[in-house]
Design a protein around this ligand. Structure first.
Ligand code: BES
Ligand code: MN
Ligand code: ZN
Length: 499
C-alpha cells in the first residue's frame, strides 16, 4: 500500500473517503470538530440520532455531507478521550480499515493524528497506522481461490496532518514503517505456507533471492556435507529423520563500516515439527508448520534492513530442517556430538529446536558478534507461562535485556523477561552425556534457554521464545510476523537512524 502525508484545507480535500475520529458521548475534537463546522454542524446533528456512541472500534459511514469535498465520511469511535492509548488507537484503525474494505474505496484520507494517543508521539502514531493498516489488508492467497477478498482493495492511505505538526518526522515514520511492514509481510507469507511448499530448500531459495535483490546482502547456504565437515552432529541428527535436506542459511548484510562488529540474528527454521519418534498428538499438529517462524522473522528483519539501507552490519542465520519420525530419525536415548564438542543425550526427540540451534549458535562464534539474539518457537511451556501477548526473553545480560525490552515497547511488539538463573542448570544433567536435551516439566521455557546458554559463552546473547506470539490459532489461524517489528526497531536504534 501507498502512504502519503497531506496537509492543508481538509474541507476542500477531494478524497473517496475521509476518516474522522469521534470520542465517546459524541465528542468532536481536532479535524473532526473542524469538519463538523465546515458541514454546518451536520456531523453532530447526525450523531444525535445515536447510531454511533463513540465506543472504540465502532464505525459509521456517512454520504454527501454538505461543505466537504470528500465523497464519504467514515466516523470511527475512539473511546473515552482520556483513555486514548496506542492500543486503543490500533483497534480503531483496524475497524476503519475493515469498514473501508467493505466499500469500493481504493483510497482514503485518515485525519486521526490529532489528538495523538497519550503514549505516542507523531512518529510512533504514524508508524502504528502504517503497520496496522498493512497487517489488516494482508490476505493469504497463494494456495486458494480467495473469494472473500475485497473486489476493490485499499491501495492508498493519506494521513492528514495539521499545519503545526512535524511533517518530516511523519514522513520518516512512513519510510521506516513501510520497510517494517514489508519484513512482517514476508515473514507472514513464508510462515503461512504449508510444510510441503515451504521446505528448508524453499526458505534457502527465498534467502538467495533476497541476496540477488539487494547489493548489500550476501547469502550463503551451507549444505549437509558442509555441516558434517563442521561437526554439526546435533543439527544433522534432526534432519536425518526427514527426506528434505537441512540447510544452514547465512545472510550477511553489510551497511556499516567494514570493521564494525555485526549484530547476529538466529532464527529456528523447523518447516514442520511432528515431534519425531516422540510424536506429537494429532490435534492441531498442522500448526507445527509455524515452527519456522523464527527463521521467517530473521528473513523479514533482513529485508527491512536492506530496504532501509541501514548503516549497520548484521548477519541473519537460519538453521532449517524438518522433524519427522523415520527409521533414521533420532530415538530417545540417542547421544549426538554437537559442533561445540559437547555430547547431548536426546531424551525427547520433540525438543529438536535446541538441537538445530545449538550448532548454529556455535557457528556464530566465527563472526565475532557485537551480540547474538536467537528467536525460536521453542517451548509450549513459554505459552503456558506468559500466554500469547509477550515473547519470553531470557538472557543473563541485563543491558541487552533492557535494550530488547525497550525496543519491544517502542515497536508495540512486547517481550517479558524470565529468569535464566544457574539454579535451573542442574535439571539438564545426564548420566550418559555432557547435557540432556530436556529438563523435565518444571520451568520448561527456562531450561530450554539454559540448554542454549551452554553454547553461547563466547559472546553477548539473548534468547526470545516466540512460541506464543508467532501465530494465532482458531478462527484467526495465521502467522503474525512477530517479532519483525521489534527486531527492526533494534536495528534502527543500533544504526542511529532514530537520532
Ligand atoms: N515447536 C515446539 C514448541 C511449540 C509448542 C511451539 C507449541 C509452538 C506451540 C518444540 O519443538 C517442542 O516440541 N517443544 C517441546 C519441548 C519438550 C519436549 C521439552 C514442548 O514444548 O512440548
Ligand atoms: Mn518439537
Ligand atoms: Zn519445534
Amino acid at each position: 500500500m501507498d502512504f502519503k502525508i497531506k496537509t492543508g484545507n481538509l474541507a476542500n480535500h477531494k478524497t473517496p473517503c475521509l476518516v474522522l475520529g469521534v470520542f465517546e458521548r459524541h465528542k468532536l475534537t481536532g479535524p473532526a470538530e473542524a469538519m463538523d463546522k465546515a458541514s454546518g454542524g451536520r456531523i453532530s446533528e447526525l450523531l444525535k440520532k445515536g447510531d454511533l456512541e463513540g465506543e472504540a472500534g465502532q464505525t459509521l459511514m456517512l454520504y454527501e455531507l454538505p461543505g466537504l469535498a470528500a465523497e464519504r465520511v467514515l466516523l470511527v469511535g475512539r473511546g473515552k478521550r482520556k483513555e486514548l492509548t496506542r492500543a486503543v488507537a490500533r483497534k480503531t484503525l483496524e475497524s476503519a480499515v475493515v469498514a473501508l474494505q467493505q466499500t469500493h474505496c481504493t483510497q482514503a484520507t485518515f485525519a486521526l493524528q490529532d489528538p495523538l494517543p497519550s503514549d505516542a508521539d507523531l512518529y510512533a502514531a504514524v508508524r502504528d497506522t502504517v503497520i496496522t493498516a498493512e497487517d489488516k489488508v494482508y490476505r493469504y492467497s497463494q494456495t486458494r481461490n480467495d473469494e472473500k477478498a475485497p473486489k476493490k482493495p485499499l491501495r492508498r492511505i493519506e494521513l492528514w496532518l495539521s499545519g503545526k505538526q512535524d511533517k518530516a518526522s511523519a514522513e520518516l515514520s512512513i519510510r521506516h514503517a513501510s520497510a517494517m511492514a514489508a519484513g512482517i509481510g514476508l515473514a507472514k507469507e513464508l510462515s503461512n505456507l504449508p510444510g510441503n511448499i515451504c521446505t528448508p530448500t524453499y526458505l534457502a531459495e527465498t534467502a538467495e533471492q533476497l541476496g540477488r535483490d539487494f547489493k548489500a546482502l550476501k547469502v550463503e547456504v551451507l549444505e549437509e556435507d558442509r555441516m558434517a565437515e563442521l561437526g554439526m552432529g546435533a543439527l544433522l541428527s534432526v534432519s536425518r529423520g526427514s527426506r528434505q535436506p537441512a540447510k544452514l542459511i547465512v545472510m550477511h548484510y553489510t551497511g556499516g563500516k567494514s570493521n564494525a562488529k555485526p549484530l547476529v540474528l538466529v532464527g529456528k527454521g523447523l518447516t514442520f515439527d511432528a515431534g519425531g519418534i516422540s510424536l506429537k498428538p494429532a490435534a492441531e499438529m498442522d500448526e507445527m508448520k509455524y515452527d519456522m517462524c523464527g527463521g521467517a522473522s530473521v528473513l523479514g528483519a533482513v529485508l527491512a534492513a536492506c530496504e532501509l539501507e541501514l548503516p549497520i552490519n548484521m548477519i541473519g542465520v537460519v538453521p532449517t530442517s524438518e522433524n519427522l519420525p523415520d527409521g533414521a530419525a533420532n530415538k530417545p536415548g540417542d547421544i549426538v556430538t554437537s559442533m561445540s564438542g559437547q555430547t547431548i543425550e536426546i531424551l525427547n526427540t520433540d525438543a529438536e529446536g535446541r538441537l538445530i540451534l545449538c550448532d548454529a549458535l556455535t557457528y556464530c562464534e566465527r563472526f565475532d558478534p557485537a551480540a547474538v539474539i536467537d528467536l525460536a518457537t521453542l517451548t509450549g511451556a513459554c505459552v503456558v507461562a506468559l500466554g500469547k501477548h509477550p515473547a519470553g526473553l531470557l538472557t543473563s545480560d541485563d543491558k541487552l535485556a533492557e535494550e530488547i525490552i525497550a525496543a519491544g515497547e517502542s515497536a508495540a511488539d512486547r517481550v517479558w523477561r524470565l529468569p535464566l538463573w544457574e539454579d535451573y542448570q542442574s535439571q539438564l544433567e545426564s548420566n550418559f552425556a555432557d547435557i540432556a536435551n530436556v529438563g523435565g516439566r518444571d520451568g520448561g521455557a527456562i531450561t530450554a534457554a539454559c540448554f542454549l546458554s551452554r553454547f553461547t559463552k563466547q559472546y553477548r546473547w539473548a534468547h526470545l521464545d516466540i512460541a506464543g506470539i508467532a501465530s494465532l490459532s482458531g478462527k484467526e489461524k495465521g502467522a503474525t510476523g512477530r517479532p519483525v517489528a521489534l527486531l527492526t526497531q533494534l536495528l534502527l536504534e543500533r544504526s542511529g537512524a532514530l537520532n
